[in-house]
Design a protein around this ligand. Structure first.
Ligand SMILES: [Zn+2]
Length: 99
C-alpha cells in the first residue's frame, strides 16, 4: 500500500493520484572562471511525478486553479491598461500640439 508523498497517509491500491510535486531544492553559487563579477546565488527546484492522496490532490488542484485565475486577472489588467493608454495617449498628443 503506497503512502501519500505529501502528507504520508496510506493510500488504498488504485486510489492514489499522480501529481507533479516539488521533491527538492538546490542552492548554490554560480561560478564563472575569469569573471569580473562576483558569483551569484542561484537556486533551482526539482519536481517529479509522485503518488498523493485524494485530499492532497484536491488541494493541489485548487491551488493550481487559483494560480491560473490570478494569471488571467493579471492579463486582463494589462489589456485594460494598454487600451486606456491607446485612448489617452492620442488625446494628450493632440492637446499638447495645440499649445
Ligand atoms: Zn496526502
Amino acid at each position: 500500500m503506497p503512502d501519500c508523498y505529501l502528507c504520508g497517509c496510506s493510500i488504498a491500491k488504485g486510489a492514489g493520484f499522480r501529481r507533479t510535486v516539488q521533491v527538492g531544492e538546490r542552492h548554490g553559487r554560480s561560478r564563472k572562471p575569469f569573471s569580473l563579477f562576483p558569483s551569484r546565488l542561484s537556486s533551482s527546484k526539482q519536481f517529479a511525478l509522485r503518488t498523493v492522496c485524494k485530499r492532497c490532490a484536491d488541494e493541489m488542484d485548487a491551488e493550481e486553479a487559483q494560480r491560473s485565475d490570478l494569471d488571467l486577472d493579471l492579463v486582463k489588467t494589462i489589456c485594460v491598461a494598454l487600451v486606456l493608454i491607446a485612448i489617452v495617449l492620442p488625446v494628450i498628443i493632440v492637446l499638447s500640439s495645440k499649445r
